[in-house]
Design a protein around this ligand. Structure first.
Ligand code: PCA
Length: 206
């Protein structure tokens, strides 16, 4: 089963983004039963949706899992819903800030993830790794990518599982920030994501 996994480039002054490192590692060593193609998205209002849609066209995947970093969260956080809103807390990597704007003025207010979110959470927890279901992906680029993904699939009549998973920051990012914050090591994040993606592989076989 061929899936697309996206990550984001670093942002907010950090030299790394766990989502980029995790997406690249998953492509190199995919979970059993899956072939993983990775796309790294820019943290850029226009560039990230464009790059995502290009990757969808090129890869034609059977499922899509987008990854991003959520600094301050302590668990792998499976997003349930994307909202039609851009309200940036900080500028994007091109210095642009968007406030109180819809992603698509003609689009619906929100989309639910079509990933098996509960089964994925349970699989991660069963691997001994903290995981939670989240009701908000924020109103920044991660939410925008999740909304763009689900809106595009809905409009093109594709019923493949698709959604977004937020990752905690890495320990080295907490060290660089110089203040205590929740983190998970990359190996732990990867073990959790492998357990979550294995759910997709199992469901595809059923
Ligand atoms: N996290 C940001 C955008 C890029 C990333 O990794 C977010 O949560 O919107």
């Amino acid at each position: 089963m061929h899936i697309l996994v996206t990550g984001f480039e670093p942002f907010d002054g950090s030299p790394v983004n766990p989502s980029m490192l995790a997406a690249e590692a998953l492509a190199q060593t995919p979970p059993p039963g899956l072939a993983v193609t990775t796309a790294i998205l820019p943290v850029d209002r226009l560039g990230s949706p464009t790059r995502l849609l290009e990757a969808l066209q090129t890869v034609n995947p059977r499922a899509v899992v987008c990854l991003g970093e959520a600094g301050g969260r302590a668990a792998i956080s499976i997003e349930r819903v994307a909202v039609n809103l851009m309200d940036y807390r900080i500028p994007d990597n091109r210095g642009e800030t968007v406030t109180d704007q819809p992603i698509d003025p003609a689009g619906p207010a929100a989309y639910f993830s079509t990933l098996p979110v509960r089964a994925m959470q349970e699989a991660i927890l069963a691997a001994g790794i903290p995981a939670e279901l989240s009701l908000t992906a924020g109103a920044y680029l991660c939410n925008q990518v999740m909304y763009t993904l689900l809106h595009h699939l809905a409009q093109t009549g594709q019923t493949i599982p698709a959604g977004f998973i937020h990752l905690p920051s890495l320990p080295q990012q907490a060290v660089l920030r110089g203040k205590p914050m929740p983190t998970l090591g990359l190996e732990t994040i990867l073990a959790g994501l492998r357990a979550a993606l294995a759910v997709l592989a199992r469901q595809a076989v059923l």
